[in-house]
Structures are given as structure tokens and as C-alpha cells.
Design a protein around this ligand. Structure first.
Ligand code: SF4
Ligand code: SF4
Ligand code: SF4
Length: 364
């Protein structure tokens, strides 16, 4: 362990910890941009610079390991000026689209825009070049706008280091770096799983989910329900037994998006189902809202009460069991069910249906 001081307060930090990690551990906030825990630590943006006693220049907190006796200052007029200049350089490095991401409040504001507000960065007067590069739009879920890309590499870390998909790379060097997002016309030929973990990691909206744009279109919302701002509701993905944790984005009484949350099994990652198919069905007009029973007369499915439907199910299964034996029946449980429900289900299969043919899609 190392004894260090952060803003004059004594702190004990573990060997190998960065200044950023040590500061976060004691609740001291240092602004970051290209850094994202478990995703990227390329230390290229210089927004997280701090002063270290004895060092001639500020150092990046995300990439500087603590040393015993270090005296660190995380907040000063000099640092504020450095950080502001770093952001101004980033904003003015491309065309008007990136420059326009300067300070903007509101639910749709990007992480970069919010940081600009915090550090007092306005739209730069001069920008280099124009928005010349075409947007990559072939993938049905995702798009990549290189004109908004600040080359922070967070998406690369999200795809390769975190999700282990290895389908997204950066190419070229220096100020010409481009992200090779596999979202072009031949996206099906790539290994991309359309999971969108890269888009969740992107601080500028260069990589984005198309469903975000759809959600901005005017929609009919439940009467009387209006949210001034989006709410995020923590829940469990409804699709499979991995049980990923996610946050549903709710606006005006309607779910409009999902993002990965820190959970033991997913650590903020989601697959394509969790991210893009976890919520649309909630307000779908096709959604079943009552049981349907097929009429013996017409052969058509007709609405029924739960009692009527369950009576049909019970009588048909009982008849099958009595006519053909319990081994003619298999019970297949849903992996989304709780342990307690699945326990009861197998109990019912063994005792009421007299079948040991029991399985679940959780291990398929
Ligand atoms: S959608 Fe998933 S697999 Fe495809 S590039 Fe992004 S992180 Fe990688
Ligand atoms: S696409 Fe987004 S996350 Fe990836 S390098 Fe560009 S700005 Fe960073
Ligand atoms: S469907 Fe995907 S996001 Fe949902 S729990 Fe399974 S692995 Fe996680």
C-alpha cells in the first residue's frame, strides 16, 4: 500500500492503482473522457490531468500509477484551463458536427456535451475541415458517423476487451484514426453481433443505436403521463437465464431504450436481444392481453378467462396422461422463471403429470 495525499487529505492506495482509481475510491471526482473502466485507458484526451508535487507538467490521472508520498491536486485554476483547452482542441479537430457537441443540456445531450458544460467549453469559432466522411449505415441496429468520432477507443475496448467480440478495430494513425465499424453493406459477413456495447461506450454519439432515433419520433403516450426527463428503471433482462442487469429508459410513460447496468453476470454488457428487444413488445398492439382458446367449432383462437383456459390445459394434459402414460409428456421450463417457479414446475410434472421428462432452455 502507498501513503499519498489527494487535495491535502491523506489516502492509502493499493500498489499499482492509478491516481484516478485512488481518487475515485475516496470519492474525489476527476473528469474523464477517453477513459472508461474495463473498456479503454489510452490516455489520449488529457481531460483527467492532475498536478503532482515535483512534476513539471500535469499528468493524466487515468494512466499514472500512485507512488508512496505522492501529493496530488485534482482541482485548480491551472487544471481547469488545461482541461478546457484539451476539450476545445478535441471539438475543433473535425467539422461542424463535432464542434456542435459543445455544451448542451438535456436528456439527449452526449457525455461530451455534458463535459463541455461542466468545463465551460462553448462551440469553437474555428474548426478544421468539413463533415466530409459518409455515415456507415448498413447494420439495421447501429450506425457510425466518423465526423463525430474523437478516436477515444472506448468502443474498441467495449467490443474487444469487454464483450470479446473482436469485430471492431481502429485503423490509420494519429489524427487520421478511423474506427472500422462493421456496419457497412456487408455487415452480415462480419463477426459483429449487433450487441451495441460499442454504442453504449461511445461518449459522442458517433456510434449510435438506430432505435434511439426512432424513439425521438412523436409517439402516442398513455393519457396523463408525462416525464419531464427520462427515467432509468433497473431491471433484469427478460430473455434468458444469464439474467443480465439493465436499465430501461422511460419517457412519457413509454419505454424507449435499454442500457446495460453493472450486474454480476454482465458487468454493463448486453447482447442484441437485451439491448434491442427487451421493451418494444410492452406497448405492441400485437401483445396478448388475455388467454386465447381455440374454439372446437370454428378452429379459431378466441379470448377466454384464465379459469377457462387453465381448465382446458388441465383437462387435456390429464387426458393425455391417462390415455398414453406420463412418459408421453415432456415439461419444458422457461429460463426466465425464478428458481422457485421452476422448482414447482418440475414438481408438478413429476407428481401431477407423472413425467420425468423435464428440461429448461437455460442450458440450451
Ligand atoms: S455491435 Fe457488438 S459486436 Fe458489433 S462492433 Fe459493436 S460491440 Fe462489437
Ligand atoms: S466511435 Fe465513439 S467510442 Fe469509438 S473512438 Fe469514436 S468517439 Fe470513441
Ligand atoms: S438475452 Fe442477452 S442481455 Fe438478456 S440476459 Fe441473456 S445474454 Fe443477457
Amino acid at each position: 500500500m502507498h501513503n499519498i495525499a489527494i487535495n491535502g487529505e491523506p489516502v492509502i492506495a493499493r500498489e499499482g492503482a492509478t491516481i484516478l482509481e485512488a481518487a475515485r475510491k475516496v470519492g474525489v471526482r476527476i473528469p474523464t473522457l477517453c477513459f472508461l473502466k474495463e473498456r479503454s485507458g489510452v490516455a489520449s484526451c488529457r481531460v483527467c490531468v492532475v498536478e503532482v508535487e515535483g512534476e513539471p507538467y500535469p499528468v493524466p490521472a487515468c494512466a499514472t500509477p500512485v507512488r508512496d508520498g505522492m501529493e496530488i491536486t485534482t482541482d485548480s485554476p491551472k487544471l481547469a484551463a488545461y482541461r478546457k483547452m484539451a476539450l476545445e482542441l478535441i471539438l475543433s479537430s473535425k467539422g461542424a458536427a463535432l464542434a456542435s457537441l459543445a455544451c448542451e443540456e438535456g436528456a439527449e445531450a452526449t457525455e461530451l456535451s455534458k463535459l463541455c458544460c461542466e468545463l465551460g467549453v462553448q462551440v469553437p469559432a474555428d474548426v478544421d475541415g468539413t463533415d466530409a466522411l459518409p455515415v456507415v449505415e448498413g447494420n439495421p441496429f447501429l450506425s457510425y458517423d466518423p465526423n463525430l468520432c474523437i478516436e477515444c477507443q472506448r468502443c474498441v475496448g467495449a467490443c474487444n476487451a469487454a464483450a470479446r467480440n473482436h469485430s471492431l478495430q481502429s485503423r490509420m494513425r494519429g489524427s487520421h484514426v478511423l474506427i472500422d465499424a462493421p456496419f457497412g453493406a456487408d455487415w452480415r459477413a462480419t463477426d459483429c453481433e449487433s450487441c451495441g456495447n460499442c454504442a453504449q461506450a461511445c461518449p459522442t454519439g458517433a456510434l449510435s443505436l438506430k432505435s434511439r432515433r426512432r424513439s425521438e419520433a412523436p409517439v402516442e403516450t398513455p393519457a396523463g403521463v408525462q416525464d419531464a426527463e427520462a427515467r432509468f428503471v433497473r431491471t433484469t433482462c427478460p430473455h434468458c437465464g444469464v439474467g443480465c442487469q439493465l436499465e430501461l429508459e422511460v419517457r412519457d410513460g413509454r419505454i424507449v431504450g435499454a442500457r446495460g447496468a453493472q450486474g454480476a453476470s454482465n458487468r454493463s454488457l448486453l447482447c442484441v436481444k437485451g439491448r434491442s428487444a427487451s421493451y418494444d413488445f410492452v406497448s405492441s398492439p400485437d401483445r396478448l392481453t388475455s388467454p386465447l382458446v381455440r374454439s372446437p367449432e370454428t378452429g379459431e383462437l378466441e379470448p377466454a378467462t384464465w379459469d377457462e383456459a387453465l381448465d382446458v390445459v388441465a383437462s387435456r394434459f390429464t387426458a393425455l396422461r391417462d390415455e398414453c402414460g406420463g412418459e408421453s409428456i415432456a415439461a419444458f421450463a422457461c429460463s426466465r422463471s425464478t428458481n422457485e417457479d421452476v422448482y414447482l414446475f418440475q414438481k408438478m410434472a413429476r407428481t401431477a403429470l407423472r413425467s420425468n421428462n423435464i428440461d429448461s432452455c437455460a442450458r440450451v
